[in-house]
Ligand binder design. Structure first.
Ligand SMILES: Nc1nc2c(ncn2[C@@H]2O[C@H](COP(=O)(O)OP(=O)(O)OP(=O)(O)O)[C@@H](O)[C@H]2O)c(=O)[nH]1
Ligand SMILES: [Mg+2]
Length: 320
């Protein structure tokens, strides 16, 4: 480890030292797929893997940002440093709320114990999950005590939470209505904790009871039975209860073989994915430069050969 410490490139050393501007620049490099990001991620990896990453997913406007903000207040009061990543789905609906996120968090600009970053989910090189994971790793290396990630629960973004967060909180509101039906398939599977927010509004007990019944149907494959908590981010109330549930799950994860296996599998997938991407890129370049490919394309264009058979011939060549 000591050897690695002395060989850290200056930008990585700055991140590890807690230099916020160096961290911000590194995150931008990750988002843009810039070459310097690669070096920073390689050199800081040995300092990652310790921080709890808490994911918050849920439909638009349920109060995820407000909850995060209330949690940040509580965590800061306890002296914990916090990194926040908000994944912006870049949809026309969210323009306003992303700005809202920024405004809500900018009030803490004078507090160096909080680092807020929003990321566009569209256009992230290598996908949202990969970019978010790398950004979380940089924050981890920078030494934050906890990382909170906010996403709008949908499609690709769910994957980011599933793959990255050590505890997943699904945020809902009292009048669940049809939303519950559509959520069942996706968000319900990933919830370690259900948070019924806006419990200052009527109906939160009913929602809590309903979710508790669902959670009571049995523990998930990892043996954890989802907790249900009620909060109001704006009052605020229930925030300590939410944090206790998160801590309880973190303790569970720390002692769970299932989670250790899952982590191994994710890292294995990451390595295999990188090898595949690299070899695919190489192969594509080589094939495109081959005269044989051009000859085969001529035949396919002329309908003398079908694309499958053309591919078979190239595969046979490759294997020789
Ligand atoms: N009554 C009530 N309103 C709340 C509560 N929490 C958040 N809100 C309000 O709900 C609205 C949406 O809150 P956000 O925190 O932006 O919700 P969000 O889930 O982050 O929204 P998106 O990121 O756009 O999906 C705001 O007007 C908040 O003031 C709550 O506990 N009670
Ligand atoms: Mg939000």
């Amino acid at each position: 480890m000591t050897g690695q410490r002395t060989t850290l490139p200056p930008a990585a050393r700055a991140i590890v030292r807690g230099d916020r501007r160096a961290l911000a620049r590194a995150i931008t490099a990750v988002e843009n797929g810039a070459p310097e990001a690669d070096l920073l991620l390689r050199s800081t990896y040995s300092r990652t893997g310790r921080v709890p990453i808490i994911g918050f997913a849920g439909p638009l406007g349920v109060g995820k940002s407000s909850l995060l903000s209330a949690l940040v207040t509580q965590l800061r009061a306890a002296g914990t440093t916090v990194g926040v990543i908000a994944i912006d789905p870049s949809s026309p609906f969210s323009g306003g709320s992303v700005l809202g996120d920024r405004i809500r968090f900018e009030r803490r600009a004078d507090d160096t114990g909080v680092f807020f970053r929003s990321m566009a989910s569209r256009g992230a090189s290598g996908g949202v999950a990969a970019a978010t994971r790398d950004v979380a790793r940089l924050m981890d290396a920078a030494g934050f005590g906890v990382i909170l990630v906010e996403t709008v629960g949908s499609g690709q973004v769910d994957v980011a939470i599933r793959e990255i967060a050590s505890t997943r909180v699904v945020v809902l509101v009292p009048h669940l209505g049809d939303e519950v039906q559509t959520l069942k398939a996706g968000l319900f599977e990933i919830a370690d904790i259900f948070c019924v927010n806006k419990s200052d509004l009527p109906g939160s007990e009913t929602a809590e009871r309903y979710l508790s019944e669902l959670a009571g149907l049995g523990p998930g494959p990892d043996g954890w039975r989802a907790r249900v908590v009620r909060t109001s981010a704006t009052v605020p109330s229930g925030i300590p209860g939410l944090w206790s549930a998160i801590e309880e799950h973190e303790r569970f994860v720390a002692g769970s073989d299932v989670h250790r296996q899952a982590e191994r599998r994710r890292l294995s997938d990451e390595i295999v994915g990188r090898v595949r991407d690299e070899l695919t890129r190489e192969l594509t370049l080589r094939l495109e430069a081959e005269a044989e490919l051009r000859r085969l394309v001529d035949q396919v264009v002329a309908r003398k050969l079908d694309p499958r058979s053309a591919a078979d011939r190239l595969v046979a060549e490759e294997r020789r």
